[in-house]
Write a protein that binds this ligand. Structure first.
Ligand code: PRP
Ligand code: ADE
Length: 175
């Protein structure tokens, strides 16, 4: 039988904290068929839709985003954690489980009116993706969708993004 994307995702108990089941995509990325299946499935809804740039969220969104941008023949733009990008940036703070973090993008990375697809490995509370959407919108870009390999629906990220009128595409979810 054809393998499912879930078969390639490893679950590790009690990482990084006791009680968390960490959904590890390194096993998906390491498998030739698994990685290709993930890229093909992430792109499926966007066939025939114009996209100017793929935006990847640090860190695993870079791996997926590079492959998606290559397949779509678009450029790739990284959104990084505070202090990592060398040029002039704009910043957005977002809530973590404990405290706050900041995401940044180069202030010239997207042009007004550019149509972008945001990608990451996993959607949990949606805080990271929301910060990414806000950064793209502040540069005048139009975010046409957000794509993730994994959704954790209990954490409410998908509902949060859909409240921002954002189409969300996920390949699989874990309760
Ligand atoms: C994970 C994941 C997403 C984010 C999702 O990254 O790769 O980027 O959490 O969580 P949220 O929906 O609650 O914002 P993490 O913050 O662990 O950083 P890393 O990719 O640099 O390891
Ligand atoms: N980010 C937030 N929750 C996670 C989980 N359970 N597995 C992997 N990354 C996560």
């Amino acid at each position: 039988m054809m393998p499912n994307i879930r078969d390639y995702i490893r679950s590790i108990a009690d990482f990084p904290h006791e009680g968390i089941i960490f959904r590890d995509v390194t096993t998906l990325f390491a498998d030739a068929r698994g990685f290709r299946m993930a890229i093909d499935q992430l792109l499926h809804p966007y066939a025939g839709i114009p996209i100017d740039k793929v935006v990847g969220l640090e860190a695993r969104g870079f791996i997926l985003g590079g492959a998606l941008a290559h397949q779509l023949s678009t450029g790739f733009v990284p959104i990084r954690k505070k202090g990592k990008l060398p040029g002039a940036v704009i910043s957005e703070a977002y809530q973590l489980e404990y405290g706050e973090a900041v995401m940044e993008v180069h202030d010239d990375a997207l042009k007004p009116g550019e149509r972008v697809l945001i990608v990451d490995d996993l959607l949990a509370t949606g805080g990271t993706a929301e910060a990414g959407i806000k950064l793209c919108r502040r540069l005048g870009a139009e975010v046409i969708g957000c794509a993730f390999v994994i959704d954790l629906p209990e954490l409410g990220g998908r509902a949060k993004l859909e409240q921002m009128q954002m189409p969300v595409h996920v390949l699989t979810s874990f309760e």
